[in-house]
Design a protein around this ligand. Structure first.
Ligand code: PLP
Length: 461
């Protein structure tokens, strides 16, 4: 983590030299401390706006899972709600009502046994949602242990080595021993028997990921639950499961309705998702739900008596923007089940098309096809030794595409891949443009003349 980000090249002026609206008296402002006096808002806007032109184009960012396109109407609603604080539920009671409706919609979508009885809340994202779900697991385990007169000072959480960093964070911040099941051979995520094998009386829960950020694959949630059922039947511990559905919990209900990964499985105690991923909202919003009130220990809930009302809350933050919650409700209302299904199917169609074309280019081999999450990872074939995934990633960047290259975690750190995340707004046409650039990049890299050629072709076009 970077607490202080380096501020560009070292030759950068300490001061900002601005030329207001490119015609007025030039002006000089300190870059790293407040200037003594105010400046004109138009000038301030111009300076900030222009500097941000150096950020990449969000729509060409195939690294992120986070929403980069919303309808203009949603943007208007968000702007209208920019001043609403989510915690002021007494002041903005209707925003609080919309939050509750979203929880009810998700409880229904995820087959809570009694959707009325499911509890949940919005968060800033899946990370905060994961912290809350993890805390609930830990606290429930402590209660069980205390009631039985057993020690509860060494909790552990079992998960795959492919979990998103939020689970390492949870383990670190909340002092729970993380137990990672490593990847093995062609198993790039958590295996059911491997998960059960790491559980003991101190296991607060197992985290199953739908789907993995490394390759877009779904973890076998039902098999994991079955293995834990078998462990229990053998007289072992009774271990609950949390499903990290940051992406998949908003994909599987629409595209894989027969896949039981959710509250249909009695062992699934809680589920989180990122509203700002396949929930189709701009960052930052997440959701976490528990299958019933018994799954969320009451003492974790604070009754906030603030600005005139009593409100139960479970959150790490206090103040938080309300606009994202409103935008989430807008997407639910606007798209309905069929609208969501069509958007997610569109992403899956583009992802599977793109992966099949990448496989045909020659140098690449697919790890996944984009038929679970609309996300696929591919590596360079063993017999293609002229370039690496890192060089391909850099070459694509010359055209503005952000396609990350990275190595896998234990025990497959030998494996380096490229990954493409297809999101709403990444059309077939953009996919074809990416393919053309990928094909050209491979040709150039193969000839070992990457940079020289890039400037030549830019000149000719
Ligand atoms: C993105 C992601 C997270 C973290 O979610 P944020 O909403 O970015 O906090 C956690 N788990 C998985 C599987 C993810 O894909």
């Amino acid at each position: 983590m970077v607490l202080r980000h380096p501020d560009g090249p070292s030759g950068l002026h300490r001061d900002i030299i601005a030329n207001p609206l490119f015609s007025r008296e030039p002006l000089q402002l300190p870059r790293h401390k407040l200037s003594a006096t105010e400046i004109n808002p138009d000038t301030a806007y111009q300076i900030v706006h222009d500097e941000l032109m150096l950020d990449g184009n969000a729509r060409l960012n195939l690294a992120t899972f986070v929403g980069t396109w919303m309808e203009p109407q949603a943007r208007v609603l968000m702007a209208e709600c920019a001043d609403k604080n989510m915690i002021d539920k007494d002041e903005y009671p209707q925003t609080a009502v919309l939050e509750n409706r979203c929880v009810a919609i998700l409880a229904d979508l995820w087959h809570a046994p009694d959707p009325e009885g499911a509890v949940g809340c919005s968060t800033t994202g899946s990370s905060e949602a994961g912290m809350l779900a993890g805390l609930a697991l830990k606290r429930r385990w402590q209660q069980r242990r205390r009631a039985a007169g057993l020690a509860c000072d060494r909790p552990n959480l079992v998960m795959g080595s492919n979990v998103q960093v939020c689970w390492e964070k949870f383990a670190n911040y909340f002092e729970v021993e993380p137990r990672y099941v490593p990847m093995e051979g062609d198993r790039f995520h958590l295996g059911a028997d491997e998960a059960a094998a790491l559980c003991d009386e101190n296991t607060v829960g197992v985290v199953a990921v739908l789907g993995s950020t490394f390759d877009g694959s779904y973890e076998p949630v039902a098999d994991i639950c079955a293995s834990l059922d078998a462990l229990r039947a053998r007289g072992g511990p009774d271990v609950p499961v949390h499903v990290d559905g940051a992406s998949g919990a908003m994909v599987a209900p629409f595209l894989d309705p027969d896949l039981a990964w959710d509250f249909r499985l009695p062992r699934v105690a809680s589920i989180n998702t990122s509203g700002h991923k396949y929930g189709l909202v701009y960052p930052g919003i997440g959701w976490v739900l528990w299958r019933d009130a018994a799954s969320l220990p009451k003492e974790l809930i604070f009754n906030v008596n603030y600005l005139g009302g009593e409100m139960p809350t479970f959150a790490l933050n206090f103040s938080r923007p309300g606009a994202q919650v409103v935008a989430q409700y807008y997407t639910f209302l606007r798209l309905g089940f069929e609208g969501f299904r069509r958007v997610q199917q569109g992403c899956r169609d583009v992802a599977t098309y793109l992966s099949s074309q990448v496989a045909r280019l020659g140098p690449f081999e697919l790890l996944t096809r984009g038929d679970e999450l609309p996300v696929f990872a591919f590596r360079i074939r063993a017999d293609e030794t002229r370039f690496t995934v890192f060089e391909v990633s850099r070459a694509l960047r010359e055209r503005g595409w952000l396609v990350p290259a990275y190595t896998f975690p234990a025990n497959r750190t030998d494996l380096a891949v490229l990954r493409v995340v297809v999101r709403n707004g990444f059309s077939h046409d953009l996919a074809d443009l990416l393919l053309a650039d990928l094909s050209r990049a491979c040709e150039r890299l193969g000839q070992g003349t990457a940079s020289a050629d890039a400037s030549a072709s830019a000149f000719h076009h």
